[in-house]
Design a protein around this ligand. Sequence first.
Ligand code: WT7
Length: 658
Amino acid sequence: MSDAAPDEGSEALSALLHETRQFPPPEEFTRQANAQPGIYEEAAADSEAWWATQAEQLTWDRHWDKVLEWDLPYAKWFVGGRLNAAYNCVDRHVENGRGDKVAFHWVGEPEGEARTITYADLQRMVCQAANGLIELGVEAGDRVAIYMPMIPEAAVAMLACARLGAPHSVIFGGFSSEALSGRILDADCRVVITADGGYRRGVASALKPNVDQALEQCPDVRAVLVVRRTGQDVSWTEGRDVWWHELVDRQPDQHDPVSFDAEQPLYIMYTSGTTAKPKGILHTTGGYLVHTSTTHRLVFDLKPETDVFWTAADIGWVTGHSYIVYGPLANGATSVMYEGTPDAGGRDRWWRIIDEYKVSVLYTAPTTIRTLMKWGEEYPDAHDLSSLRLLGSVGEPINPEAWMWYRQYVGRNRCPIVDTWWQTETGAILISPLPGITATKPGAAMRALPGISAEVVDNDGTPVGNGEAGFLLLTKPWPGMLRGIWGDPERYMETYWSRFPGSYFAGDGAKKDEDGDLWLLGRVDDVMNISGHRISTTEIEHALVGHPSVAEAAVVGASDPTTGQAIVAFVTVKGHVVAVGEEGAALVVELREQVAVTIGPIAKPRQILLTPELPKTRSGKIMRRLLRELATHGEIQGDTTTLEDFTVIAKLREAEEG
Ligand code: WT7
């Protein structure tokens, strides 16, 4: 645990709370929302029975014998039940006569490029891909890595794996080849599905070269399935590489799904923790599908016949897994899937998409809302956004200002906003308003969903009173919860279940306001949240000290008006290295590149400061709080500023802190 107190910034928060307005649920929702008053009490009376009722909405090949088996820290949900995730997401809708319903309106980044994929299309595509994977020797239990741009084939690849009971490990396309090989090796993936490249900000970027480079470290990968997306030249390893259009397109478009145990691993998703090594978060089939589909139905008040749902996230993160693929598809919903950035083709691209496809529910991250806000309301103002009826936020605490802007200029003061708190580990939303029941407050995630037990506690694990802050815990297991860290049961126990025995420690600070409503306050460990993406300070420090010139590195998250937090690195160099002037500037460029190569461009520090010393306590602990303060408020300008008086500040601090 770091020295960050859970109540950091709570003063500013209290001030805001004071003048907080509260928005009651609009009448349209109180009358006909899927979740109606009484649902909380009903779920609280018998949460297992309540989850079992939700689970009845899926199609099971064998009914479960028992809802929950809880042997801390391991949960099994719907024990004995059998189902196929892909069948539930695709085939059953076709069988129910909804084959012509659109599953995805896919919008490519290049203007004018779009594809409409119905559930019947999706069924054919998934069956062909599954048959293709079988030809590549994929069997139930085999891990398959997916490293793709935001194209329909990414969702198809995931569903094809799920259909075969082969857990997928999707690795975000922005990760470097080194990050990719680390993940492939950790899960021992034998097949990789990728593309030649993708479009990002108007240019075709390459993915296949990263795979080629990664696989130099991964001799056990026997096949690479490559989608042609951009048409760029790729190098080819005969006997290993196969074009998607050559293998998949010639497959039969039928495939009989077999059912799997409810606890069959569905996927692994790597996320950053407090050490340099990312954690492979394991999710299984039955509970996860129940949790994602239930929350999609209740939190977003899904009306499957009329809604057009848009989760503006990448499939490479858990938000894309749960609310682009599994939740919406299990519910037979229509989604927009957009490949590019919000300003590709103009700063009004999003608003044009909403108007064109009549999007009714928009789900995005505060960092994007702040960016759109910075560009100005003239962009949303110029478009017809009347199809929108509900807005969602996820990924980091949303500042009240962004919340109000979202409400006013996107929701036109009509649409409720659901601020949804969850994590890669939780699989699906746990804390959020319900649009027909809960009043909303700008910046608050409000309360735990039906069937979920959350608590805010102090250092000793005692629940805090209203108006107080502490650590967020989940006190009962939930269906979508992680089933462990791939290959590392000790770390699983240690990270989540040892700080407060009996409860899941989320790593977040939270506050109960005077009404008992929940406000999330950010991470309390050494994990940063950059644009809604979790990045570990230790992982970046590790990358930096991997450079031959670096002696020591300390990385902190400074607050940033757009990205929430920004990465700032303090670096000391080895004795012989010149770290001033042009040489210093050149080194900073190299170091930034070092991070991009080791982790990925998303982890590049905003600022790297070369400094003669790092401030440390007498016991040798780096004073991160001081660095954070300096990075946020300090007079630090330019990357090569050497902090002459650094040692002095550090000494003063040390005296102050005793
Ligand atoms: C961390 C999880 C959930 C999918 C995307 C991120 C922060 C997430 C909220 C929210 C305040 C939030 C937490 C959490 N977070 N949603 N609505 N309000 N903070 O998934 O990468 O696993 O990150 O994101 O700090 O622990 P992730």
